[in-house]
Design a protein around this ligand. Structure first.
Ligand code: AHN
Ligand code: ZN
Length: 323
């Protein structure tokens, strides 16, 4: 009698389990055209910590100990999250003749997949806080919490999430060097690392279908306008990313308005025909965040809310996009 009761209950359980299984299948059935959404929670505390870790190395100005130490750590983090890492060492000549020991770092997920999304940020720091209100600071290096480390921090958290939540997408995370050793009025003086990468990719013929640059993505109350070169050269990618941002609830950060033109790493990719966009805080009339190229570009300049808006948008774009 006892056995019989048990069997009936077991049978009921099996039937119920089958029923709910069938319902699940129905919900995600292909005839309903429901995309299989894998929702991944971007952890802004982790991204913030990744920014802080970079800042603690000291200003990552090329040819310094801080720069070399941070480089090794970036390589080890990408490796730890399961990326196949390539390090591209190159001596670059800055506008002032300085030879820079630069390193681009590329971490690839699913390297065998031919359709690739490239996510990039610059990891170097500007050697001079020459936009500082106090001229006494103009020759000091910047901490680059927002200008540099924020984009890298968001991408390291994305790498960590990809490591935990396998995707079949081909994703490359690129940390470019020597972006910020530039001078006003000379567009060619910026983005030396990405120019080198665009012309000498880590694999011959490497040509990602899409590229997204993150630059200064951690500012308090940041607004991201649709950057001009991005809109002009990769309008559909801009529209897709901005619409994912709106669907994700971040329309207050990603404004559906055209912004100014920013000479930045994405332009070097555009020059060689890669559709590339820049998510950057650049107001059409007010310009960059007031901490830009000042000694105030430190951890106090970073907002976890902004990191979340950007990181969650990019993660949703990666995992929700159905080609
Ligand atoms: C120019 O000022 C022409 N480009 C700035 C790009 C940049 C500097 N992004 C971060 N720092
Ligand atoms: Zn800068």
């Amino acid at each position: 009698m006892k056995i019989k009761t048990f069997s009936i209950i077991s049978l009921l359980c099996v039937l119920l389990a089958c029923g709910s299984q069938r319902n699940e299948n129905k919900q995600t059935g292909s005839n309903e055209q429901t995309t299989t959404k894998m929702s991944i929670d971007f952890n802004a505390d982790s991204a913030y910590d990744y920014i802080n870790r970079q800042v603690l190395f000291g200003p990552r100005v090329p040819n310094t100990e801080s720069h070399r130490n941070c480089r090794e750590w970036l390589i080890s983090e990408l490796t730890r999250h399961g990326a196949s890492v390539t390090r591209q060492d190159v001596k670059l000549t800055a506008f002032d003749g300085t030879k820079l020991d630069a390193t681009n770092i590329i971490g690839s997920f699913n390297p065998e997949v031919s359709d690739r999304l490239l996510l990039l940020a610059h990891w170097d720091c500007r050697p001079w806080a020459d936009a500082d209100p106090d001229p006494a600071n103009h020759k000091k290096p910047v901490d680059g919490a927002n200008d540099g480390a924020s984009g890298v921090g968001v991408l390291l958290e994305i790498a960590r999430q990809i490591g935990k939540n396998a995707t079949d997408k081909g994703i490359d995370i690129l940390f470019v060097d020597a972006e910020d050793w530039g001078t006003d009025g000379d567009d060619e003086s910026w983005a030396l690392g990405s120019r080198h990468f665009a012309n000498n990719p880590h694999q011959p013929g490497y040509r990602p279908q899409q590229a997204i640059l993150l630059d200064m993505v951690g500012g308090h109350n940041a607004k991201f306008h649709k950057e001009y070169f991005s809109i002009q050269n990769a309008p559909s990618l801009v529209d897709k990313v901005w619409s994912v941002a709106a669907q994700s609830g971040y329309e207050n950060y990603f404004l559906p308005e055209i912004g100014g033109a920013v000479t930045d790493d994405h332009v070097e990719l555009l020059k060689v025909g890669i559709p590339a966009i820049n998510i950057i805080e650049f107001h059409p009339t007010n310009g960059f965040n007031p901490t830009w190229h000042t000694t105030n570009d430190n951890m106090t300049a970073i907002s976890k809310e902004t990191l979340k808006a950007v990181g969650q948008t990019v993660i949703n774009y990666i995992y929700e996009q159905s080609e």
